[in-house]
Design a protein around this ligand. Sequence first.
Ligand code: ZN
Length: 69
Amino acid sequence: MSKIGNYVVGLRENLFIECPECGGEGRCEYERAVPMSFSNPHGYLEDYWADCDNCGGVGDIESDPYDEQ
Ligand SMILES: [Zn+2]
């Protein structure tokens, strides 16, 4: 492998960034649809907290410059 190739691999292994989804908290507020019930004929959206899907609750993600979002 060339020197340039080794340099790029090293960067990818070491660079972690704060997760943009949860801001480093590891938990994120999500909404889920609650289906209608006898007391609520329309259903509603309920806020709830859960482990961040983006970082798996860690709060940091490995930066991937080749990841096209
Ligand atoms: Zn996250």
